[in-house]
Design a protein around this ligand. Structure first.
Ligand code: MN
Length: 505
């Protein structure tokens, strides 16, 4: 069981708009140029999903057929359109109306520079994306279809990067729509922000969120074979430092924690789940609150995990893991815990009692340790202890259920070195500098009703989550280097209105 490549076998269809007006020779040129461009983009190595060029679209029937096929094909996770020539946009209406996949409008050109000395009317008729893409853009906007617009010559590295980021978001959207979330136990008693409407979540995100009795996990635990446990312990030994206490007197604890990981993995796999959540208040006859196992969900299996019944963050962590596949870093549950208010060095420290994943990157090799846990009344849990590695342009994202919709909230942060050893802290943690500043970021976060639980994503940053939110049609409030509390409060008010008026989602 390993993190399956979420891009494998997936395709993004590239549809080029034209019409019959220009004659066969022009259409032949369009097809040749388009193939050259798609090959170029596929070879940049920046787009993790294969772009597939489809035959040039010249009529309303052709466009509709293309959109119906793209929507029905489970391997197609997005559509890119470009108009080499002028493509009268009424021919796109019927097709766009039935498209269910994410759309990217690429406003590019085959030629990089205007051939100043040779340009004639024939050249201009063939190479007129500046014209055609405006006509196309009008109809997409008129239909109210959300899409990403990328502008630039196809050889411009930024163009491939932006398409690549969008392709990662499309894979996240695909994973979201195929997600099954396994809940062991309900929400932590009396906690508000981790609650939410699971039926609405399936409508909005496509994720199916259901409960399995903790008794079933206990039965799965009892059924685990020793060989599987030993293999997991070998994997621990290969990847982490292990507290000698765990290898000697308390060896049972290590065995138990690896056996709990095996039980969770077996149940997740048997049910086709890609995100899971437990609750320390509801562990039945399990000996420990699972620690190291859930920490390894994002890093080893590519799955989402969150604690205290918070399935919303588990969903985000799965999406973050998929979007960042193959990049340095990853996604994990994080929780705001403690501020450093030293003037000029204001920081936020995040952690959780056990479940933060080393997927986010660590300063040193994570260490497996055993410590008592003050809550839950179970045996001391085994957990990985580490500090998140410094990195710029990291994001923390939360999902709140604000009654009539879900609100995603994101802060762009820089993970930094902690101010000291943290040697007495028996859990995984990360320290970051929020943008624009701790004070403004926290003020805005609290105003927006963001959760204390977040998905920290160190692999992909703000653009991927923005692309994702656009695909999902979900509000995403962003706090970044340009945010002021005054302007942010106004943005929230506007956003509230927009989302009430917009009943397409
Ligand atoms: Mn928590």
């Amino acid at each position: 069981m390993a993190f399956e490549n979420p891009f494998e076998g997936k395709e993004i269809w590239f549809g080029v708009g034209s019409q019959d007006l220009y004659g066969e020779e022009a259409l032949r040129q369009v097809a040749i140029h388009s193939a050259e461009m798609v090959d170029y983009l596929n070879n940049t190595g920046k787009i993790p999903v294969k772009l597939v060029l489809k035959p040039t679209l010249k009529s309303s029937d052709g466009v509709k057929q293309f959109m119906v096929e793209a929507s029905a094909n489970p391997n197609v996770i997005g559509v890119i359109t470009w108009c080499h020539t002028f493509s009268p946009a009424k021919m796109w209406i019927r097709g766009l109306e039935v498209l269910t996949k994410p759309l990217l409008q690429l406003n590019t050109q085959h030629h990089k520079e205007i051939p100043w000395e040779t340009i004639d009317m024939d050249f201009m008729n063939l190479n007129q994306a500046a014209h055609g893409d405006r006509e196309f853009g009008y109809i997409v906007s008129r239909l109210g279809i959300k899409r990403k617009v990328v502008v630039g010559h196809y050889t411009d590295p930024e163009v491939a990067e932006k398409i690549g980021t969008w392709a990662r978001a499309a894979a996240g959207w695909d994973a979201s729509n195929n997600m099954k979330v396994m809940r062991w136990g309900d929400n932590m008693r009396n906690v508000a922000v981790t609650e939410g409407d699971k039926t609405e979540a399936e409508r909005v995100f496509g994720a199916s969120i259901n409960t399995w009795a903790v008794n079933e996990l206990v039965a799965a635990y009892d059924a685990v074979k020793d060989d599987q446990v030993k293999a997991i312990i070998e994997d621990y030994k290969a990847k982490y430092d292990i507290d000698p206490a765990l290898l000697d007197a308390k060896y049972d604890s290590l065995f138990i924690s690896a056996k709990e990981e095996a039980a969770m993995v077996n149940m997740m796999t048997a049910n086709g789940c890609t995100a899971g959540v437990d609750n320390f208040e509801d562990l039945g006859a399990l000996p420990q609150l699972p620690g190291v196992g859930p920490q390894r969900f994002p890093s080893e299996y590519g799955w989402g995990f969150s604690a205290e019944g918070d399935w919303k963050t588990a969903v985000l962590v799965r999406i973050g893991a998929v979007m960042g596949y193959g990049l340095e870093g990853g996604a994990s549950l994080m929780e705001d815990y403690s501020y450093n208010f030293t003037p000029g060095n204001e920081l936020d420290m995040g952690s959780h009692m056990l479940e933060v994943s080393p997927a986010i990157g660590t300063i040193a090799k994570p260490k497996l340790e055993i410590h008592p846990l003050g809550i839950g009344g179970k045996a001391d849990p085994v957990r990985l202890v580490f500090t998140g590695a410094p990195k710029k342009d990291v994001v923390v994202v939360s999902m709140s259920d604000v009654r009539e919709r879900f609100r995603l909230l994101m802060d762009v942060v820089d993970v930094v070195e902690p101010g000291g050893s943290l040697k007495e802290l028996p859990c995984a943690r990360a320290v970051w500098k929020p943008r624009p500043s701790l004070k403004t970021a926290a003020e805005c976060w609290i105003l927006a009703g963001g959760s204390h639980h977040t998905c920290m994503t160190t692999s992909v940053g703000r653009e991927a989550w923005e692309d994702f939110a656009r695909m999902a049609g979900v509000e995403l409030a962003v706090i970044d280097e340009n945010t002021t509390a005054r302007q942010f409060e106004k943005e929230l008010e506007l956003s509230e209105m927009v989302h009430r008026l917009d009943n397409r989602h």
